[in-house]
Structure formats: structure tokens, C-alpha cells
Design a protein around this ligand. Structure first.
Ligand code: AMP
Length: 126
């Protein structure tokens, strides 16, 4: 099966400037902006500007430059938020959802950076 990218997904529309966003940081390859429905005091989404549906698509297909830029940007966002444990920050969680079992809602790769409160255990056993 191939990766199929939906050009009408909401993050594609944000990248085209059709929908506003609360930008935290922008580079040539990456955009970081505040989640519209934050699940923690700080909830930032980091997305590549290229058309990648999820983590494995991005990891397998994106260029080295895109991948380096993406993770450097995510790291810089952590620094901007003052949440890095090694710098005296209180920590954070960086997570990404993919596909049905991951309960991914927006089919454009994004990393959630959540911080500002104790986030509890990562998963509840069901
Ligand atoms: P996921 O379930 O991992 O696909 O997460 C999608 C995230 O996108 C959710 O946390 C939504 O609140 C967020 N979201 C949806 N639309 C927007 C938007 N227009 N601006 C910012 N965040 C959004």
C-alpha cells in the first residue's frame, strides 16, 4: 500500500494560509503552532511543511534536511517553553498518533508537545 496524502486536511490548509494558526516557530521546512484544543497548559504541534501523513511516512520518505530541521525545531520549541528537564524545566511529553489504533485525527504528521502540568502515565491499561 502507498501513502496517500489528503491535500484538504486541516494542517495542509493551515500551511497554505487558508486557516489562521497561533505560530510558535517557523522554519523553511517546519511549522510549530499551538493546539486549538489544548490538553495541557502548553500544547504545541510541530509539523513538517511537506505532505507526509504520519511518522513512518515522514521517517521513510522525507529528506535528511527536512528530518533534521523538524527535530531541531521541536527541540527549540522545548527551549522556548522552558520545559527541558536538563535546563531546570519541569518536563514534557512528546507524542505522535498514527492511523486507526493510534487514533490519529489529522492525517498530516505532527508531534504533540505537552507540558505545564503532571501528565500522568502515558497509557491507561484497558
Ligand atoms: P491527532 O489526534 O494526533 O491527529 O491530533 C490532532 C490535533 O490537532 C488535536 O489535538 C486537535 O485539537 C488539533 N487541531 C485540529 N484543528 C486544529 C487547528 N485548526 N489549529 C490547531 N490545532 C488543531
Amino acid at each position: 500500500m502507498a501513502y496517500i496524502y489528503d491535500e484538504m486536511n486541516i494542517f495542509a490548509r493551515i500551511l497554505r494560509g487558508e486557516i489562521p494558526n497561533n505560530t510558535v516557530m517557523e522554519t523553511d521546512h517546519t511549522l510549530a503552532f499551538r493546539d486549538i484544543a489544548p490538553q495541557a497548559p502548553d500544547h504545541v504541534l510541530v509539523i513538517p511543511k511537506g505532505p507526509y501523513v504520519n511518522f513512518d511516512h515522514f521517517s521513510n520518505v522525507a529528506s535528511d534536511a527536512e528530518i533534521v530541521d523538524f527535530y531541531r525545531t521541536a527541540g527549540t520549541v522545548c527551549a522556548m517553553l522552558g520545559i527541558e528537564p536538563s535546563m531546570g524545566g519541569a518536563g514534557y511529553r512528546a507524542i505522535t498518533n498514527a492511523g486507526d489504533n493510534g487514533v490519529q485525527e489529522v492525517p498530516h504528521y505532527h508531534l504533540h508537545i505537552l507540558a505545564g502540568r503532571n501528565l500522568g502515565r502515558m497509557l491507561n491499561r484497558v
